[in-house]
Design a binder for this molecule. Sequence first.
Ligand code: G3I
Length: 367
Amino acid sequence: MKKKYIFLLVLAVCFIGLTSCNNEYLYTEPNNPVTTRTDTSESLKDSPFPFGLAVSVNYLKNDECYKEIVKGEVTRISTENAMKMNVISRGRKEYNWIDPDYIVGFAHNNNLKIHGHTLLWYRQTPQWIANFKGEKEDWIEIMKEYIFDVVGRYKGKVSSWDVINEVINDNGEVYEKNGSNENLWMKNIGIEYIDLAFHFAHEADPDALLFYNEYGYEYSQSRRKGVNELVNSLKKRGVPIHGIGLQMHTNINHPISDLRNSIIMLADSTKLQVHISELDVSLNPKHDPALKLTDELLKRQQVHYCEIVKAMNRIPKEQQFGITCWGVIDSSSYMAPNPDWPLLFDNYYQKKPAYQGVIEGFNVGVN
Ligand code: G3I
């Protein structure tokens, strides 16, 4: 009889533990206690350069433990989706500010900087833009209106912006059409849209730092060449660009030397601030639906994170804009369904070995 009561008590405690962390996002994982987040002994705020997390409005609104991690761990957040054009723009001069305003309020209340992602991208463009008919001047006008209205609204609140995102193809050229991807700004304005976008953003908020965000610098010589040439041509023309974002959605099979060299080379060839802007380290790059999480995979991920942090530590201090991980807990990652576990915190809000890798990188990375 006594044993039965003890069993029921244990069940009740487990239930409370689960619900206190909003179990909607939890899944079962071996060898991992279900508990609220208790280990606050060290924090990503101890980083020698700014360390950030990309956040989702839905998680911030619905998941207290997720919110606690963001508040306790970092000094800057990036907007994973809330400041994309398809979220904000509903028509010409028609806006939905609910999600971006929520993030700005959250950041203000918790003393966090915001990196706004992203003003222009070939994806996530609203339908009315795709349907828009007009001359080059009309396209410049709608782009200017959008940038002025968004950057202007958050002037002094968003301290840095990705102005353009993913603009070159694998040959290193700024493209109008790349397979099924069509860059409407490039198509309707031409390559000067890039200069104009930076100028408009700078005019709207002269204090905001402006970035070009790109993927794949680490895995292709032609992509590296294309990015370097684009950045250096912008600089030569006096375009107000302050930094370059290296997304770095990478995986445990990617050679560490490539990752390290790409960070150092980018800093050296552009002399701009470097943001590792969307870091995650996939454990399942081949999307094997049956893959199981193992300690060995977690250990390999730890080493990758550590080496990336060390490489950031090696570039000149004034160029270290910092590192941002593309999400908070594994299940909030866009890769989670693959399945995958690419981030620093597990689904029980606990620090993973990857987190320890980051802390190790902070401590041993300086020249
Ligand atoms: O919010 C809607 C929801 O209302 C709807 O019911 C649901 C149905 O599909 O979609 C939800 O929106 C999704 C959104 O993520 C929020 O979860 C979109 O469909 C989905 O396309 C969107 O994916 C995002 C993707 O960019 C496209 O915008 C990912 O979360 C985001 O992590 C990813 O981030 C990109 C960077 O911006 C640029 N670099 C690559 C990176 C990874 O792809």
